[in-house]
Structure formats: structure tokens, C-alpha cells
Design a protein around this ligand. Structure first.
Ligand code: NDP
Ligand code: GUE
Length: 294
């Protein structure tokens, strides 16, 4: 039998390329602007996964010349204090992007905090105004992970028009916005979730399969249509055979690569694109305040 090896969608390489472009543009703009772009990340408590992600973001800011106004609160911080912090950042002219790192510790409600963010500083694209713009197909700040996935599909010229896209996961952070973006590119979209019966029969019909669940190795080659593009959004920390901790996605990469046409690795796939699109959104808001194009 002929053996197949999928083409790897290299999110790390594309992320670096886009970051390089952003870096040059920032360098150019700061020659005349009186300040660099600024991003504020609010982190509450010390979820280890969040801590790693926040570090990645700070590193990217530094590399690109974006000022970072990270604020770290203890897990017992009252909701009111977080509202005051967002209010200050909304009014701070040095800040172009604000992000509340999710999940928040028990007892804190992220929704009113997200609603309070100035929609023009909503670097995570989670404010209802920006989600509404997405739903309507109007320009606005787009959620970072879905936007990163779309950029990756574009880079490898994966045809979406009229194709069947199956999205597993329906969160407001990933699954729902990604479905809308695929729809906007004329894919025929099916949204699947934990109540979908016979998931495998459905995913085997997918030309584009987006997996955003948070369950290690949910998808193997038996669930994939030959030649399909498989995008693994999942980031799971697991302990391997030898007791060592490592990151893995929702897709069993070594199995899926035998049948898929394209597949993203974890790490090095969607994760770096998410960080990059956050930088992109921050620079986009910055350009808007300067009255220039990105
Ligand atoms: N790479 C990146 O940059 C990012 C990665 N992530 C990762 O992506 C994954 C998903 O994140 P997020 O969307 O926030 O997660 P949520 O937990 O909010 O959503 C998970 C979704 O998966 C569905 N689901 C759960 N179990 C199954 C199952 N057995 N079969 C089918 N569907 C199922 C749930 O269905 P239901 O709605 O019915 O409960 C839900 O819609 C996580 O691993 C997360 O760490 C997240 C953000 C960015
Ligand atoms: N408001 C909010 N917005 C988010 O977008 C958001 C969030 N909260 N909370 C947590 C999830 C998770 N997430 C990741 C992003 C990048 C990597 C990433 O850079 N991953 C690298 C590896 C990182 C490593 O090695 O630790 C990779 O996949 O190659 C991981 C996870 C964003 N999320």
C-alpha cells in the first residue's frame, strides 16, 4: 500500500514571519509616534498553564517592541478590584490592548470583566461588540486563536470554499468564533460538541477538521478523511510513560499524519499563532489611534 505523510502546518514558522513583519512596522511607526504599542495582561491567581502562556506573551511583546503592562493579582482579589483595574487601563492612553487571562479562580466572574473592556482595546476579541461584528461580517478585533487558525489555513492555501468543515468544541473562546470565520470563507460548517452522537462518522466526512476540545488524543486516523486538513487546537499537559510532563494536543499526531493531507503539530502549531494574533490585534488598535493603516 502507498504510504502517506501529511504536510505539517508549521505554526511556529508562520508566527515568526508575522512577528518579524509586526516588528518592522512598529519600528517604523515609533520613529514618529510618541509611544510604542502597549498590551496589558491581567492574570489572577497562579494557574500554571496560564503562567506559561503569560510568559510567552511577555517575551513576544519584548521582541516586537510592545510595552507590556502585565498585572498579577492574588486568587483572593475581590471582583471589584479587577473592575477598577480595567477601568484604569481603559483610560490609560499608553494601553492599546487589554486581556483577562482565563480561566479565573473560583468565585470570580469573567463575563462582566470582559464586557467592561473598551471594545477598541479588546485584544482577545471577546467583547460582545467584537463578537457581534464577527457575526455580522464587519471589521473588528477577532479572537486570537480562531484568527491564527485562519491565517495558517491561508498560508498553506487550503481551499475552504464549498468544503465541509467540522469544528469540534463550541466555546466562545475558540469553537464558535472559528465556525463563523470558516462560514465567512464559504465553507459548509458543522459544529460538534459533547452531545454529538457518533462523532467519528461525522469527522470522517470533514475536508477541514478543527479540534478544540481539551481531550488528549481524541482524534486518531480512524476519524479522519483521507487528504483532510486537521487543525489541533488542544493544549493538554500530560505525564508520559517515564513520569515526564509534556504538552499534547487533542489529535494523535503520529496516527493522523498517515491519512491527513495537512496536520498541525502540538507544540508548534496553533499555540504560537495565538500569541502572534494577540500582538497583531494590539498593533491594529495602536494603528487605529495613530490614524494609520497596519
Ligand atoms: N492553542 C491555543 O492557542 C489554545 C488552546 N486552547 C485549548 O483548546 C482546548 C479547548 O479549549 P476551550 O474551547 O477553551 O475549552 P472548553 O472546555 O471551553 O470547551 C470544550 C468544548 O469541547 C466539547 N467537548 C468536550 N468533550 C467532548 C467530546 N468527548 N466530544 C466532543 N466534544 C467534546 C465541549 O462540549 P460541550 O459544549 O457540550 O460541553 C465544549 O464545547 C483546550 O485544550 C485548551 O487548552 C484554548 C485556547 C487557545
Ligand atoms: N483570555 C484568554 N485568551 C486566550 O487565548 C487563552 C486564555 N485566556 N487562557 C488559556 C488559553 C490557552 N492559550 C494558549 C496560547 C498559546 C500557547 C502556546 O504558545 N503554546 C506553545 C507551547 C507553549 C509551551 O511550550 O508551554 C505551542 O503550542 O507551541 C498555549 C496556550 C491561550 N488561551
Amino acid at each position: 500500500m502507498e504510504s502517506n505523510t501529511a504536510r505539517i502546518l508549521d505554526g511556529k514558522a508562520l508566527a515568526q514571519k508575522i512577528q518579524q513583519e509586526l516588528r518592522s512596522r512598529i519600528e517604523q511607526l515609533t520613529q514618529t509616534a510618541d509611544r510604542p504599542p502597549g498590551l496589558a495582561v491581567l492574570m489572577v491567581g497562579d494557574n500554571p498553564a496560564s503562567a506559561a502562556y503569560v510568559r510567552n506573551k511577555e517575551r513576544a511583546c519584548q521582541k516586537l517592541g510592545i510595552a507590556s503592562f502585565g498585572r498579577h493579582f492574588t486568587a483572593d482579589t475581590p471582583q471589584e478590584e479587577l473592575h477598577r483595574a480595567i477601568d484604569e487601563l481603559n483610560r490609560d492612553d499608553r494601553v492599546d490592548g487589554i486581556l483577562v487571562q482565563l480561566p479565573l479562580p473560583e468565585g470570580l466572574d469573567p463575563v462582566p470583566l470582559i464586557y467592561q473592556i473598551d471594545p477598541d482595546k479588546d485584544a482577545d476579541g471577546l467583547h460582545p461588540v467584537n463578537l457581534g461584528r464577527l457575526l455580522r461580517g464587519e471589521p473588528g478585533l477577532r479572537s486570537c486563536t480562531p484568527a491564527g487558525v485562519m491565517r495558517l489555513l491561508e498560508e498553506y492555501q487550503i481551499d475552504l470554499r464549498g468544503k465541509h468543515a467540522v469544528v469540534i468544541g463550541r466555546s466562545i473562546l475558540v469553537g464558535k468564533p472559528i465556525s463563523l470565520m470558516l462560514l465567512a470563507r464559504d465553507a459548509t460548517v458543522t459544529m460538534a460538541h459533547s452531545r454529538t452522537p457518533d462523532l467519528t462518522a461525522l469527522t470522517r466526512e470533514a475536508d477541514i477538521l478543527i479540534v478544540a476540545v481539551g481531550r488528549p488524543e481524541l482524534i486518531d486516523e480512524s476519524a479522519v478523511k483521507p487528504g483532510a486538513a486537521v487543525i489541533d487546537v488542544g493544549i493538554n499537559r500530560v505525564t508520559d510513560y517515564f513520569g515526564k510532563s509534556r504538552l499534547t494536543g487533542d489529535v494523535l499526531f503520529d496516527s493522523v499524519k498517515n491519512v491527513a493531507g495537512y496536520v498541525t503539530p502540538v507544540p508548534g502549531g496553533v499555540g504560537p499563532m495565538t500569541v502572534t494574533m494577540l500582538m497583531y490585534n494590539t498593533v491594529l488598535s495602536y494603528c487605529r489611534t495613530l490614524g494609520v493603516e497596519l
